[in-house]
Design a protein. Structure first.
Length: 130
């Protein structure tokens, strides 16, 4: 079963509930496909997702659906600790990260701090090298 088949299977499972609630799934599918094209998602793409998956952004912009339609990889994770997110990005070669703004700000702050420490260390090594 391919990624598109998986996406169809997932949508088929929620179809009845969506119909009861008056939700049109085909719009989400179209949205996912277009967003994936705009975001240049391909089969090598990796999406690291640390947001609740029922929200529109992680579900369909391009989100899980768009990534699956492209035959790419989705990595779900249960928390937003920067160290864990960085480890997952490194492990899975993640190139897209969906998280809340505050979580992303914290992760960027940690990354900036680590980069500054590395830069200071490299400078001290250069000074010590004759």
């Amino acid at each position: 079963m391919g990624a598109a088949d998986n996406a169809i299977a997932i949508l088929s499972r929620v179809k009845g509930y969506a119909e009861q609630k008056g939700v049109t799934l085909c719009m989400e599918v179209t949205n996912s496909k277009v967003a994936a094209e705009v975001a240049l998602v391909d089969s090598e793409s990796v999406l690291l997702l640390v947001l609740p998956i029922a929200h529109n952004l992680p579900l369909a912009c391009p989100g899980i659906q768009g990534i699956m339609f492209a035959g790419a990889k989705v990595v779900l994770h249960g928390n937003t600790r920067p160290a864990e997110m960085f480890a997952l990005i490194q492990k899975h070669r993640g190139e897209s990260l969906l998280s809340a703004d505050s979580d992303a700000e914290e992760a960027l702050s940690v990354a900036r701090h680590r980069i500054a420490l590395i830069a200071r260390h490299l400078e001290s090594l250069q000074r010590a090298t004759p």
